[in-house]
Design a protein around this ligand. Structure first.
Ligand code: MG
Ligand code: MG
Length: 278
């Protein structure tokens, strides 16, 4: 059911989204624990593809953006692999990962027509302390954003919390050209979920709404450009970026992070926020 363009899911539909979310979570966990120097991003993609299939799910990334049902011209992977100064939408391929790199891995899956979408950033071997800190700050801002969501609140409460979290922790670039989004029977739906903004604005947060929150934070500029491959988004100054994402919903008891293996219980409770899953 749609209410002013926003899809309101039934509890049963949310359960399907949880199944899709768990496929995404286990795929990312597999990649996080497997990725190492010497691997190519195409090898990561192949592992993810096999895993998604083995779970009985299909990919919502593969063929995304195609101009025809054939999938020709659409995205060529089941994950996005964005290395170092690449912010989002990197295409898996022949690039070999080296010690000292960081990689954002963005993954999605579909179960029974319902979508999940999440991303993590992983360090390959040793990276400078400021890069480790960039990753920590970005992931924290994601959880602070989700923790700010309440039934009856507004979408920009999340945006404001993400921005405030990042600003409180140092001088970082917050990418504004890309945002989080509604998600459900399609991967990208209204409303957008910006990573900056004043609270109390935008769509109302109601039961059955599902949102993907995805801060993209850089060590310097917030400005980006897209490479000639028409997908890969990089920082204009070459500064490195981190990207984390989860899909979540709100129930009567609190927030339920559909793409976290524990439903977000540990991180939400650490922030003093009620957990809404089961
Ligand atoms: Mg994503
Ligand atoms: Mg997303």
């Amino acid at each position: 059911m749609f209410d002013r363009g926003i899809e309101i899911k039934t509890p049963a539909q949310i359960e399907s989204m949880r199944e899709a979310g768990l496929v995404v979570a286990s795929t990312l966990e597999l990649l996080r624990t497997t990725v190492q120097a010497g691997m190519t991003t195409a090898e990561l993609n192949a592992l993810a593809h096999d895993h998604i299939r083995a779970q009985g799910a299909t990919s919502n990334f593969l063929g995304y953006g195609a101009h025809s049902a054939s999938g020709v011209g659409g995205f060529a992977g089941v994950i996005c692999t964005s290395v170092n100064d690449e912010v989002v939408h990197g295409i898996p391929g022949t690039r070999t990962l080296h010690d000292g790199d960081i990689i954002s891995i963005d993954c999605g899956a579909i179960i029974d027509g319902w979508h999940g979408d999440a991303a993590i950033t992983v360090a390959i071997g040793d990276v400078p302390d400021e890069v480790t800190e960039l990753m920590r700050v970005t992931e924290q801002s994601l959880w602070d954003g989700i923790a700010a969501a309440r039934l009856g609140g507004r979408v920009s409460d999340i945006s404001h919390a993400v921005e405030s979290s990042v600003r409180a922790q140092g001088d970082y670039g917050i990418v504004e050209g890309f945002t989080g989004h509604g998600i459900g029977s399609a991967m990208h739906q209204p409303p957008n979920v910006p990573n900056v903004g004043r609270p109390g604005r935008g769509a109302k947060l109601v039961k059955g709404l599902a949102l993907a929150v995805e801060p993209m934070i850089t060590l310097a500029t917030p400005n980006t450009r897209t490479l000639a491959d028409d997908w890969t988004v990089v920082t204009t100054d070459g500064s490195w970026a981190a990207h984390y994402e989860h899909t979540f919903t709100l129930t009567d008891s609190g927030a339920w992070v559909l793409t976290a293996i524990d439903g977000g219980k540990a991180r939400l409770e650490a922030l003093g926020v009620p957990y809404g899953g089961h």
